[in-house]
Design a protein around this ligand. Structure first.
Ligand SMILES: Nc1ncnc2c1ncn2[C@@H]1O[C@H](COP(=O)(O)OS(=O)(=O)O)[C@@H](OP(=O)(O)O)[C@H]1O
Length: 329
């Protein structure tokens, strides 16, 4: 059994802001960029990133210091990150924090405080906080696999993704709740069709982790949000097996896989004070509610016309063709 994992509140209230380091400003200013409804997006290493994200990824690539046993969670934004953070934290930390523990960190901290978002910490010049975390560390990135430094690419990685239409809808709600209330969904949709949404192209993000998981399944566990929704308890067991800490017969008999799934359900998390107010641990202002909005599959029907759905489905299908990766919606 592994020891307690990183759960410290590595973020303090006064850190709840973005302060990008100046050191890459010269390089960043030369990157192709465009602005859409007030959002500036730049092309870095083939990936379209929001302006403030670029320095964090660059610093991560240059300065990340690996530790033996690091586990990295990876995801496109709005694809189940928060859920995966909670589940992985609960699974890896269960020796120190049994799921029944009334004082469990996940009952008093936001999942983003339990599992730090590396890109943001680097962006804020606060990566030293990563060194202070207890081992084995549980870390998160939104970077494409192609951008990861070898120090991360060699870790065990758990990647979660989501049916692209639902991911876009969730992203749009998030962008709006973060202050861009006049950002039309159609603008994000058009960007996504061109591969220019934040962290796009979506298909490159997916295929990067997909191909490594197919080649080396012991290194990358590839999860789909929709499959997690259907059977969260199996996901908990799969995570435990992949992370090298399968549930013992005693833990199974005690019902721990189901208890962990229940503790990390959207209803359980949404109801907690830590997930309603206070620090999200993410260095930017955003509504807590947007992390625990609906949590369902198929919400795109309320935001896209059938024609829009057919269009983006066709693009994604064409890009994923031959890979073996498919989505049903
Ligand atoms: N526990 C749990 N179970 C199921 N679904 C959940 C859970 N927690 C968060 N969510 C839903 O995930 C969406 C947010 O995505 P992310 O967590 O990836 O956002 S972020 O990238 O960390 O900002 C967002 O989806 P939408 O409701 O469609 O917007 C959340 O509701």
């Amino acid at each position: 059994m592994v020891g307690p994992v990183a759960f410290k509140d590595v973020h303090k209230e006064e850190d709840d802001r973005i302060c990008p380091p100046e050191e890459y400003a010269d390089i960043i200013s030369t990157l192709p960029s465009f602005e859409s409804s007030g959002l500036r997006v730049r092309l870095y290493q083939g990936v379209w990133l929001l302006d403030h994200v670029v320095p964090g990824i660059m610093a991560l690539q240059r300065r990340h210091k690996p530790q033996l046993g690091d586990v990295v969670l990876a995801s496109p934004p709005k694809s189940g990150t928060t859920w995966l953070k909670a589940l992985s934290f609960a699974v890896m930390g269960r020796a120190a924090y049994p799921p029944s523990d009334a004082d469990h960190p996940l009952r008093r901290l936001n999942p983003h405080q339990c599992v730090p978002f590396m890109d943001n910490l680097f962006s804020a010049g606060q990566e030293a906080k990563l060194d202070a975390l207890p081992s084995p560390r549980l870390l998160h990135t939104h970077a494409h696999h192609s951008m990861l430094p070898p120090s991360i690419a060699d870790c065990k990685i758990v990647f979660v993704c989501r049916e692209p239409k639902d991911m876009l809808v969730s992203m749009w709600h998030f962008v709006r709740s973060s202050g861009s209330s006049d950002f039309p969904f159609s603008a994000l949709f058009e960007l996504a069709c061109e591969g220019k949404n934040p962290y796009g192209p979506i298909w490159d993000h997916l295929l990067g982790y997909w191909s490594v998981s197919r080649a080396t399944p012991e290194r990358v566990l590839f999860l789909k949000y929709e499959e997690m929704l259907v059977d969260p308890v199996s996901t908990v067991r799969e995570l435990a097996r992949f992370l090298g800490v399968p549930f013992t017969s005693v833990e199974e008999a005690a019902g721990w896989p189901a208890d962990i799934a229940d503790m990390c359900s959207i209803d359980a998390l949404r109801g907690l004070q830590a997930n309603k107010t206070g620090n999200t641990g993410l260095f930017f202002k955003c509504s807590h509610q947007s992390f625990f909005r609906k949590g369902v599959a198929g919400d795109w029907v309320d935001h896209m016309t059938p024609e829009m759905a057919r269009r983006i489905d066709a693009i994604v299908e064409e890009k994923l063709r031959g890979s073996g990766l498919t989505f049903t919606s």
